[in-house]
Design a protein around this ligand. Sequence first.
Ligand SMILES: NC(=O)c1ccc[n+]([C@@H]2O[C@H](COP(=O)([O-])OP(=O)(O)OC[C@H]3O[C@@H](n4cnc5c(N)ncnc54)[C@H](OP(=O)(O)O)[C@@H]3O)[C@@H](O)[C@H]2O)c1
Length: 289
Amino acid sequence: MRIVLIGADGQLGTDLLTCLKGSHEVHPWTYPEVDITRPQELDQRIKELEPDLLINTAAYNQVDAAEEDPGGAFSLNALAVRGLALLCRDTDTALMHFSSDYVFDGSARTPYTEDDAPNPLNVYGVSKVAGEYFVRSILSRFYLVRTCGLYGTAGCWGKGTNFVDTMVRLAKKEEPIRVVNDQWITPTSTSELAHRLAELIEKGRFGLYHMTSSGQCTWFEFAREIFRILDLEPTLTGVDTEAFGARARRPAYSVLENRNAERIGLQSFSPWTQALPEYLAQKGHLQLR
Ligand SMILES: NC(=O)c1ccc[n+]([C@@H]2O[C@H](COP(=O)([O-])OP(=O)(O)OC[C@H]3O[C@@H](n4cnc5c(N)ncnc54)[C@H](OP(=O)(O)O)[C@@H]3O)[C@@H](O)[C@H]2O)c1
């Protein structure tokens, strides 16, 4: 299959490239050479390449910054996605696009399935839902994948970071660490997610999917598990959302159930507690012990 991968040096993009390039003709596109907020630049490239599948991992992921910059969030997470969907429709290309657990309001106390209605609490979540609806309203051949709490090896090598690496960095600096203890999520390794996505592409079953590791924890419990594995003992305090004082409201519970993935027989994800040590070893953090 000929695949165009947008955001190929991001967290998920990096692992997807590794996973897919052995069995597919993958064209990795990176920013700023390819900027999806400028659809006219993509048009010619896609028409020349005639891919079977376009994968979009690009996103505006700064949840707090989005509150002050709704235009930026909507430009990348919604309008650019509309542009990609229109281009895919016009060129008969399938689209794989990613969304987030933050499309939900967190009032549930059992994992959200694909049948639950989104009701986002913040600008980022609204922009991701808008992107989802553009994909669903324009295309029939799409994979729309909601995921949660991503961490991958590219997090620190590119511009950004991720929660795991941030915790390790703060612990090494011996600074007191405050982490929210009343928001429930599922940390998910982009390496494992990429393998399951490759399997989904092989199956060719289009639709909406929740895809995360199994299990759940609070951000505080996630941090505590990182430090337990690494034998680090920083001053770690669990705080509630109000005391933490982040700019954007976040769902108190955004655990996802991978119901549709299980229905089509995708291999199950491992528990997040199993994927985490593999990542820490791969990233070289275990040498800290
Ligand atoms: N991270 C999470 O915890 C999380 C949770 C739930 C859902 N998701 C979703 O999962 C998907 C993948 O997330 P991720 O963590 O892999 O993201 P990421 O690491 O931030 O990667 C995004 C990639 O897109 C590129 N990009 C930024 N602006 C672009 C533009 N205008 N045109 C083209 N490319 C652009 C980035 O390049 P630069 O690095 O050069 O800016 C980066 O390579 C996203 O849809 C995200 O919303 C993420």
